[in-house]
Ligand binder design. Structure first.
Ligand SMILES: CC(C)(COP(=O)(O)OP(=O)(O)OC[C@H]1O[C@@H](n2cnc3c(N)ncnc32)[C@H](O)[C@@H]1OP(=O)(O)O)[C@@H](O)C(=O)NCCC(=O)NCCS
Length: 195
């Protein structure tokens, strides 16, 4: 199924990929490389998003289908760009495999929100924190960001630890701040200000 979907979209997404590459740079961190998404990432996105933790803590559709991965590439990636943000694929520098996703979801008057996930097989090696720190540095230096926010559910200890590792500071508990598949959830805001 993944192969046939990829074949169907090949020409359209190749065009979109070229456009995305024109406007987004490749960012190199210590452990990861952030690059524009490509059409052939869809199967890896689909595989990663079967993970129960990604499904629990992010707003991805559940169940997550191959069409959802295609929709992410065709709609959500350009949507972030249209809102002043930027969506990057995260590659493990060691082997260039797709390790995760990190997205500046929007940027309004210098205030941005970032979301991320790391594929289960790539976790606990510092890749998520390096990806977040790399994206934040670029957003401050080149995208006009002044204040970057993460909205993390209080029980998401992995994400809170990652945020702290990347230099974000826990700020406020925001009741009902998140809408996750129709359900209101609390968020703990974490903030990093421009250096
Ligand atoms: C949260 C997530 C991105 C962490 O990615 P990661 O690459 O494993 O994180 P890192 O290896 O960079 O670890 C960063 C810090 O978090 C800690 N950490 C990572 N996973 C953890 C876990 N399950 N429990 C406790 N701490 C954890 C690490 O020990 C490290 O802390 P340290 O600097 O004190 O040693 C990953 O678990 C994930 O994708 N979760 C599901 C999706 C999600 O929650 N997205 C965020 C929504 S707000």
């Amino acid at each position: 199924m993944c192969a046939s979907v990829g074949a169907t979209l090949a020409s359209d997404v190749r065009k979109a990929t070229t456009i995305m590459s024109d406007v987004l740079p490749v960012l190199t961190g210590t452990l990861v490389r952030l690059r524009p998404w490509r059409a052939d990432d869809a199967p890896a996105i689909h595989a990663a998003c079967q993970d129960p933790d990604i499904q629990r803590w992010t707003t991805v559709p559940v169940p997550y289908t191959p069409d959802d991965a295609e929709d992410f590439l065709a709609r959500r990636v350009p949507d972030a760009r249209a809102r002043g943000g930027a969506a990057f694929a995260v590659e493990d520098l060691a082997d260039r495999s797709l390790a995760g996703s990190t997205t500046l979801l929007q940027l309004v008057a210098g205030v941005g929100e970032i979301g991320y996930w790391v594929a289960p097989g790539a976790r606990r090696r510092g890749l998520g924190a390096d990806a977040l720190a790399t994206l934040a540095s670029w957003a401050f230096a080149h995208a006009g960001a002044h204040r970057l926010e993460l909205l993390i559910e209080p029980d998401n200890h992995a994400s809170r630890a990652l945020a702290a590792r990347a230099g974000f500071v826990a700020e406020d508990l925001l009741p009902d701040r998140l809408l996750v598949r129709g359900e209101r959830r609390d968020a703990l805001s974490h903030v990093l200000l421009a250096p």
